[in-house]
Design a protein. Structure first.
Lengths: 108, 174
């Protein structure tokens, strides 16, 4: 479930407030906040409209289900660790494998 | 004599000791949030006020920061002065404690003040608490950067965010 996070991401990328998004998409301002906090889950169609009002398009791709659940298991394992343990393991793996130097500013 | 492995957390300790205001960003921030991504370097976004940049420059000098170079393994020395730091978008550095990228204005974000809003304070070692960008903001920036390597990580980062949200909603009884 990612609708609320997609909405926040799109709204912040557009640099607009919840009130402005509400105005553009003709919904109550309080509803935008409820969508973003997962108190209300928008329909797919409503989510597309809201994202368009932020200037982005929701794109779709049907992918096969990962039957091994590989990523889910890995993530669950990470989430059971403390933040410090996660970072320590991530950096240790980075040292072991090496990573390519990055030369531009695309990250946060 | 055995070579001592660099400890990238020492970079953060030095920044903290010099009271630099910054947010940990990038793959390291994603890892702290729970995304199983691998990283060798740390990325930080500092506040851009002059006093902070002065503290940052002092910390970088203590870390013997040099420009990272494919041809010079030791890095290329450069004058670490506050006024020289600001015009660049990013400084890709090698330090005595490992790789550090100082990213002044990460793609798709408004920089430190924007990222600080949703950042959390995380205990990364018994003596080290650091401000870490939210996974949502890491995703926002990687999406905006649009580089192949960023886009390749996005499905895993979004999947992690989804699992975190599912856990939260289950906890809230939804």
């Amino acid at each position: 479930m990612l609708s609320g996070d997609l909405l926040v991401e799109a709204r912040r990328r557009a640099g607009i407030s919840q009130a402005e998004l509400a105005r553009r998409s003709k919904v109550a301002p309080s509803l935008i906040g409820r969508y973003e906090r997962y108190e209300v889950i928008p329909s797919l169609e409503r989510l597309r409209e809201l994202l368009r009002a932020c200037g982005v398009e929701l794109s779709f791709r049907l992918a096969a289900v990962d039957a091994s659940d590989h990523d889910r298991v890995l993530i669950e394992r990470e989430l059971r660790l403390t933040p410090a343990e996660r970072l320590r393991r991530g950096l240790a793996a980075g040292r072991a494998f090496g990573s390519f130097p990055e030369h531009d500013g695309g990250r946060a | 004599m055995t070579a001592v492995e660099p400890d990238p957390l020492e970079i953060l300790r030095v920044l903290e000791r010099h009271r630099v205001r910054y947010v940990l960003i990038g793959a390291a921030a994603a890892r702290v949030a729970g995304a199983p991504v691998v990283t060798e370097d740390l990325d930080v976004t500092p506040a851009l006020d002059r006093a902070n940049l002065k503290r940052l420059a002092t910390a970088l000098r203590e870390l013997d920061a040099r420009l990272r170079s494919a041809t010079e393994p030791e890095g290329v020395p450069f004058p670490v002065e506050p006024e020289l730091l600001t015009p660049a978008e990013i400084w890709t550095l090698t330090t005595s404690a490992g790789y550090l990228d100082v990213c002044l204005r990460p793609s798709g974000t408004g920089g430190y003040d924007d990222l600080r809003r949703e950042a959390s304070s995380e205990l990364l070692a018994p003596d080290l608490t650091v401000s870490v960008a939210s996974l949502r903001d890491v995703i926002r920036s990687k999406e905006a950067a649009g580089r192949d390597k960023d886009l390749a990580q996005l499905p895993l980062l979004r999947r992690t965010l989804e699992q975190i949200r599912d856990r939260e909603l289950r906890r809230r009884g939804r």
